[in-house]
Design a protein around this ligand. Structure first.
Ligand code: ZN
Length: 326
C-alpha cells in the first residue's frame, strides 16, 4: 500500500497546484509534453539509505558522483544500486560532515570503487573510522579537496556545485556541533537547481542568508532529515522550492521529519518527497523540465511528472502515467 498512496497524493497535488498557484499560461502548457524532456540529462537520485543521507549524481556527460554515504548498514543498498546503474568508478565523493549517518558506508565505497576526488568541508572529527578513511584516501592516492563557501566545482560541462557553507573564515567546527559545519551545496544545471543542505540547522541557515549567496532552487534536500532545528520560514522563503526531499528512516527514533516542518512545507504548496515513504527517488532533468521517478515494487516507475516554472512564476504540471524512461 505504501507505494501506491504516495503517487496518488502527488497526483492530487499535481491536479490542484495550478489552481492554487494561479492560472497556468495555456501557451506554456501546450508546449510541455512528457516527450520533450530531451537532450543530455542530469540525474540526481536520493537513495533510500534509512536514517541518513546519500545522493548519487550522474551528469549529462556520464560522470558519477556521490554526495554523502549513508549509515554503515546502507552499504548493502548503495553498492548494489550503483552497480545496477552500471557505475564502475566515481569521479568524486562529497561528504557533508563526519557523522556516521552520512559517512558510515564510506570505507566500503572507497574499497569498492576507484574514487578520483574527495571533497569535504575541511574538518572531520577524530574517530577511529575517520582515521581509517584518511589512511585509505592516502593509500588510494585520491585527490582531497577542502571546499568552503564561494568555491565552485565543475562536475561536468554545464553542471556546477557551488558551496554555500561553511564560510572560509569565522565559523569554527566543534565535535559537538558538526551539523552546523555541514558542507551545503547548490547543484545547478540550466534552469534547475538542487540545494543540498547536509544536516545544517537554523544557525547555519541564518548565516547563509546573511551571505547573500543565491539560494533559490527547484529542489531542497531538507536539512537534518526534517528535524525541527532546520528549515526555518526565512530559509524556505529564500529557497522557494517546488519540491522538498526528506531523507529519513521508516519510523526512526528521532521523529524525523517533524510535523512542524511538514506543515511549513504544506502551507507553501511544496511537494514533499520522502525516502521513508517512497524509497529511492530519482530526478531527471534536461535543465528546463523535471521528471521524477519514485521507486515502486519491482523498481518499476509508478508515476512520471513534469513540472516547471514558466517565466511568470506560474507552475505548469503535466502527468504521464505509466511512461517509460529509456
Ligand atoms: Zn544526519
Amino acid at each position: 500500500m505504501k507505494f501506491k498512496t504516495i503517487p496518488i497524493l502527488i497526483l492530487l497535488l499535481a491536479i490542484q497546484l495550478p489552481v492554487l498557484a494561479g492560472q497556468p499560461q495555456e501557451e506554456s502548457r501546450r508546449n510541455i509534453t512528457a516527450n520533450n524532456l530531451s537532450g543530455p540529462l542530469l540525474e540526481v537520485h536520493f537513495l533510500d539509505v534509512g536514517q541518513g543521507d546519500s545522493m548519487y549524481v550522474r551528469t549529462p556527460g556520464g560522470k558519477h558522483y556521490l554526495i554523502d554515504a549513508g549509515p554503515r548498514s546502507a552499504r548493502k543498498k548503495i553498492i548494489p544500486y550503483l552497480r545496477y546503474l552500471k557505475v564502475e568508478k566515481l569521479d568524486g565523493v562529497f561528504i557533508t560532515h563526519s557523522h556516521m549517518d552520512h559517512m558510515g558506508s564510506l570505507l566500503y565505497i572507497l574499497k569498492e570503487f576507484p574514487v578520483a576526488r574527495f571533497y569535504y568541508p575541511g574538518y572531520f572529527h577524530t574517530s577511529a573510522t575517520n582515521k581509517k578513511v584518511a589512511a585509505l584516501l592516502e593509500q588510494t592516492k585520491t585527490e582531497v579537496h577542502e571546499v568552503r563557501r564561494g568555491d565552485t566545482i565543475e562536475l561536468d560541462e554545464g553542471v556546477a556545485a557551488v558551496a554555500l557553507h561553511p564560510p572560509k573564515k569565522g565559523w569554527e567546527p566543534f565535535d559537538d556541533d558538526l551539523n552546523n559545519f555541514s558542507l551545503v551545496l547548490r547543484l545547478t544545471y540550466g534552469d534547475v537547481d538542487f540545494l543540498l543542505t547536509g544536516d545544517a540547522e537554523e544557525k547555519s541557515e541564518k548565516e547563509i542568508l546573511q551571505s547573500k549567496m543565491v539560494l533559490r532552487s527547484e529542489f531542497l534536500k531538507i536539512g537534518h532529515h526534517g528535524s525541527r532545528t532546520a528549515t526555518s520560514e526565512e530559509f524556505l522563503e529564500a529557497v522557494f522550492p517546488l519540491y522538498a526531499v526528506v531523507s529519513a528512516g521508516v519510523k526512526n527514533s528521532f521523529g524525523h521529519p517533524h510535523d512542524v516542518v511538514l506543515k511549513r512545507l504544506r502551507d507553501r504548496d511544496i511537494t514533499i518527497l520522502r525516502t521513508d515513504d517512497s524509497g529511492t527517488i530519482g530526478v531527471y532533468t534536461d535543465g528546463k523540465r523535471i521528471m521524477i521517478k519514485i521507486k515502486g515494487k519491482d523498481w518499476l516507475p509508478v508515476s512520471w511528472f513534469i513540472r516547471t516554472r514558466t517565466p511568470g512564476s506560474t507552475w505548469v504540471i503535466v502527468n504521464k502515467e505509466g511512461g517509460s524512461y529509456a
